[in-house]
Write a protein that binds this ligand. Structure first.
Ligand code: ATP
Ligand code: MG
Length: 367
C-alpha cells in the first residue's frame, strides 16, 4: 500500500455536523506543507444525511465515480445518523468501504501529556482491525425449540485470505512506524523505544478453528519473508489484551485483530487518551486510503467553531504516511504534539477556551 505518487488528489467529503468544520482544518495543514509533498488538489464531494434529505442519496454515484477515477485518497468528516430507521437511507461510510475495498480500519492511539489533564501512562499504539468479515457478515438465524424456547445463531466467517491481507498490513504499518520514529525531529521522539512489534489478538484457546485460522494466517506473513525480520511478533488473548491495554498500554506497538475484537479494543483504547477529538483513523485497502476522525458528527457542538480539529489533522497525517510521505506526516504529528503539550491553545473538550480556527492556527505556526 505504499504508493508514492507525483500528484496528490484528495477527495474531500465533509458530510455532516462538525465534519464541515474539522475537514477544512486538515486541508489547511496539508496546504501548509509546501514542497514537502506534491501540491495537493482537493476535490469537494457530497455525501451524508444532509445530502440524503436534499437529493435523496446518502452517497451519490458521482462521488463514488470521482473517488475511483480521479482520486489517490480521501478525507471523510462525519455523518449524522437519524435516530429512527429511514426507508432508503444507509450509512455512506459503510458503502464507501465496500466500493473502495477498504478492508482495514487503522486507529493509532497515542497519549500526549496535556497540561491540566490527568494522565499517568504513556501510550503510542496502533490498532489494525479487519473490516470485512468475522461476525459482521451478519448471518443470523433464530428458531423455536419444541419446548417453545428460542435459539439464535450467528455465523462467524474467518478466511485465510482476509486474515493474511490484514496481517500484511499490520506488518507494513509496524515497518513504517519504525521508519517514522527514526524520522521524527529531535526532541519529538516517540515514547516507544523498542523494536517494532506486532501483537496478534485472538481467542484461539476457545475458538480454535476460526481464531486458530486468523492466528496462523497472520503468523505466516512474518514467517514467509525476511522483510519483517526486524519486527517482533507476539500474541495476546483478547481478554488479557483488554486488561493489559488498561494496565500498561505502553507495552504495545501494533495490534492486529479480527473485526469484532478490533471494534471493542479500539473504542476502549480511544477512551485512554482523553478526548474523542484527538483520535484519528484511516480506512485502508491496497489501492486507496481514506482518513476519518473517529468521532461522530457531534450535533451538540455543531456550528460553534469549537470542535477539536486534531483528530482530523492527525487523520490527514495518516493518509500521507500510508501514501509514502513518512517525513511530512511525522512533521504534522510533531506540530500537533507540541501544541498539545504547550497547552495554550486547547478546545473546550480538553479544558481550554480556544476555537477550532485558533487550534489550527497554532498547529500551522508550529509547522
Ligand atoms: P453521532 O451520532 O454522529 O456519532 P454523537 O452524538 O454520538 O453523534 P459524537 O460525535 O460521537 O456524537 O461525540 C460524542 C461526544 O464527544 C459529544 O458530546 C461531542 O460533542 C464530543 N466530541 C466528539 N468529537 C469532538 C470533537 N472533535 N471536538 C470536541 N468534542 C467532540
Ligand atoms: Mg457517536
Amino acid at each position: 500500500s505504499v504508493l508514492k505518487r507525483t500528484s496528490l488528489k484528495i477527495g474531500m467529503i465533509p458530510a455532516d455536523g462538525i465534519g464541515k468544520e474539522v475537514l477544512p482544518a486538515a486541508q489547511r495543514v496539508l496546504e501548509a506543507l509546501g514542497s514537502a509533498i506534491p501540491k495537493p488538489e482537493f476535490i469537494p464531494l457530497l455525501a451524508g444525511w444532509g445530502e440524503f434529505n436534499k437529493n435523496g442519496k446518502a452517497l451519490p454515484e458521482e462521488t463514488i465515480r470521482v473517488l475511483k477515477e480521479e482520486c489517490d485518497s480521501a478525507m471523510f468528516g462525519s455523518v449524522s445518523s437519524p435516530s429512527h430507521k429511514v426507508a432508503g437511507y444507509s450509512s455512506p461510510i459503510v458503502a464507501l468501504r465496500k466500493h473502495l475495498d477498504l478492508y482495514a480500519n487503522v486507529r493509532p492511539v497515542s497519549s500526549v501529556p496535556i497540561p491540566g489533564q490527568q494522565q499517568s501512562f504513556k501510550c503510542d499504539m496502533v490498532i489494525v482491525r479487519e473490516n470485512t468479515e468475522c461476525l459482521y457478515i451478519k448471518q443470523e438465524t433464530i428458531s423455536t425449540n419444541p419446548d417453545g424456547s428460542k435459539i439464535a445463531l450467528a455465523t462467524r466467517q474467518i478466511t485465510s485470505r482476509a486474515s493474511e491481507r490484514i496481517g500484511k498490513m499490520a506488518f507494513e504499518i509496524a515497518l513504517r512506524r519504525g521508519q517514522e520514529r527514526l524520522a521524527a525531529p529531535k526532541g519529538k521522539e516517540s515514547w516507544w523505544k523498542g523494536e517494532p512489534k506486532v501483537t496478534i489478538v485472538h481467542k484461539s484457546n476457545v475458538l480454535s478453528v476460526t481464531d486458530g485460522l486468523f492466528r496462523e494466517s497472520v503468523r505466516s506473513i512474518k514467517e514467509g519473508t525476511d522483510r519483517y525480520a526486524g519486527i517482533k511478533m507476539e500474541e495476546q488473548l483478547v481478554d488479557s489484551m483488554v486488561y493489559r491495554m488498561f494496565r500498561e498500554p505502553e507495552i504495545f506497538d501494533v495490534a492486529v485483530a479480527p473485526n469484532l475484537y478490533g471494534d471493542i479494543i479500539s473504542d476502549g483504547a480511544a477512551a485512554l487518551v482523553g478526548s474523542l477529538g484527538l483520535v484519528p483513523s484511516i480506512n485502508a485497502g491496497d489501492n486507496f486510503v481514506m482518513g476519518e476522525p473517529v468521532h461522530g458528527s457531534a450535533p451538540d457542538i455543531e456550528g460553534k467553531n469549537i470542535a477539536n480539529p486534531i483528530a482530523s489533522i492527525r487523520s490527514a497525517a495518516l493518509v500521507l504516511s500510508s501514501l509514502g510521505y513518512v517525513e511530512p506526516a511525522a512533521k504534522i504529528n510533531a506540530a500537533v504534539d507540541a501544541v498539545l503539550m504547550e497547552g495554550t491553545y486547547l478546545t473546550p473538550d480538553l479544558g481550554g477556551k480556544s476555537t477550532t480556527t485558533e487550534v489550527t492556527d497554532a498547529v500551522l505556526k508550529r509547522l
